[in-house]
Design a protein around this ligand. Structure first.
Ligand SMILES: [Zn+2]
Length: 55
């Protein structure tokens, strides 16, 4: 069962910086200020690329 998100958590999308495909979804604590940018595998580029958070 899927529960609704409560106030302090935000769903962010991790987007490939090379092709722009949204490959990953993450829950992030709104109060903490950190970036989720990381190197992830992109199925479209077929390699690891830099993924940046977008809304
Ligand atoms: Zn890509």
């Amino acid at each position: 069962m899927a529960k609704k998100t409560k106030g302090n958590k935000v769903l962010v999308t991790l987007k490939c910086s090379e092709c722009g495909t949204r490959n990953y979804y993450r829950f992030k604590n709104r109060q903490k200020k950190y970036k989720l940018d990381s190197s992830k595998y992109c199925p479209k580029c077929r390699k690891h690329t830099e993924h940046k958070e977008s809304k």
